[in-house]
Design a protein around this ligand. Structure first.
Ligand SMILES: Nc1ncnc2c1ncn2[C@@H]1O[C@H](COP(=O)(O)OP(=O)(O)O)[C@@H](O)[C@H]1O
Ligand SMILES: [Mg+2]
Length: 359
């Protein structure tokens, strides 16, 4: 597999904040980025060498885009699989379409995880209101009904406590294919961000501890204070997933830590991830650089933490606090350049770092 050279071009499907931070990392390594996004004003397009504006479903546009770069990746997991496969006909696609396909459907994803030694909560596919009732009886209350596809930041999810509630939630989501998941009685939410290079080498970042509210990530703390056993388990799970998908690039694995200290995988994200943003200000090589290195076919960087970190998301109107964060000594402010601070929208983040605690 050929490696890219400085001044080569990486194509990125998706132009949100993840694409923006990837483009900045690529630029520092002497690589140009071409963003593909339907929005002419997308955050990544404004810092990239080039922006291709077309719908993700436009296969001819995807083909031209991929033919103009030396490697293609994505920052958004709802890129249609057909478009990813089209891109892969013209340039190496890293990670591959299989990773995308696996992560796009919650039932496919959990089935894959369980087959590769990564335990999840119990679940049932739901295709009808009657399925929702039956699944509720099988799994017990409480449970979570989620649409199989296109959910993010907790959208398309409902906690349900009875068969009637499960059936009603299914109908409220327009009877779209769904999944019923047992509710994980978690002690904490954790995640591990890891990378696999084109040569198969795997490097994982320290595990982070994540706090969500209303399905949206609010804060991450890293390195998480977890047992050596939990750290080794997270590492084992990430490696198993990366190897099974013959993956190239950065992946994130969201985990539930149960009361007994055991881990369950919640979901995987085949891309750089919000719970890895802290690595920009606290690690030797951050997740964005790491992904660029992998996609370029270059050796992976050092994922070690040099500092401890607390990453705070700026959501919606919280971004209005930016002058206060600028004035805060030691606060690292990152803003995504979004023009409208809609409710629930990720506008930026702040990272506070401190000394690495030992032991
Ligand atoms: N089975 C579950 N048990 C308990 N909490 C859950 C479960 N599934 C999701 N959640 C909560 O909702 C959040 C968002 O769910 P997730 O499946 O990760 O969806 P999204 O794709 O929106 O990130 C999780 O981080 C967790 O806080
Ligand atoms: Mg999630």
């Amino acid at each position: 597999m050929s490696a890219l050279r400085p001044a080569d071009r990486i194509g990125i499907l998706g132009g949100g904040q993840l694409g923006r931070m990837l483009a900045l990392a690529a630029a520092r390594l002497g690589l140009d980025v071409v963003i593909f996004d339907p929005d002419p004003d997308c955050p990544a397009g404004r810092v990239a060498a080039q922006l291709v504006c077309a719908p993700y479903e436009d296969l001819a546009a995807v083909a031209r885009f991929a033919a103009s770069v030396q490697a293609v990746t994505f920052e958004f997991e709802n890129v249609p699989v057909a478009s990813a496969r089209e891109a892969a006909r013209h340039a190496p696609l890293r990670p591959g379409a299989q990773a995308l396909e696996t992560a796009q459907d919650r039932v496919t994803e959990k089935t894959f995880l369980n087959a590769h030694g990564a335990q999840t909560v119990a679940f049932r596919p739901v295709a009808s209101a009657q399925d929702a009732r039956d699944a509720m009886v099988a799994l017990g209350a409480p449970a979570i009904l989620k649409t199989r596809r296109f959910g993010y930041d907790g959208k398309g999810q409902a906690v349900v406590r009875s068969a009637d509630e499960a059936a009603a939630a299914f109908e409220r989501f327009q009877s779209r294919p769904a999944i019923l998941e047992a509710f994980a009685p978690f002690r904490r939410e954790l995640s591990i961000v890891a990378a696999r290079g084109a040569d198969g080498a795997v490097r994982a970042y320290p595990v982070s501890e994540n706090r969500h509210a209303d399905g949206i990530l609010r804060e991450s703390f890293a390195p998480a204070r977890i047992s050596a056993f939990a750290a080794a388990e997270a590492d084992r799970i990430a490696r198993a997933i990366l190897d099974a998908l013959d993956y190239v690039g950065v992946i994130a694995v969201e985990l539930f830590e149960l009361e007994d200290g055991s881990l369950r995988v919640n979901e995987i994200a085949p891309r750089v991830h919000n719970t890895g943003h802290w690595t920009m200000d606290a690690c030797a090589a951050c997740q964005f650089e790491q992904h660029v290195r992998a996609v370029a076919g270059w050796p992976l960087g050092d994922p070690s933490a040099l500092r401890s970190a607390r990453m705070i998301n700026l959501i919606g109107s919280e971004a209005g606090d930016w002058p206060r964060w600028l004035a805060e000594p030691g606060a690292n402010l990152h803003l995504y350049g979004k023009r409208e601070a809609r409710e629930g929208r990720k506008m930026g983040h702040v990272t506070l770092t401190g000394p690495l605690s030992r032991g």
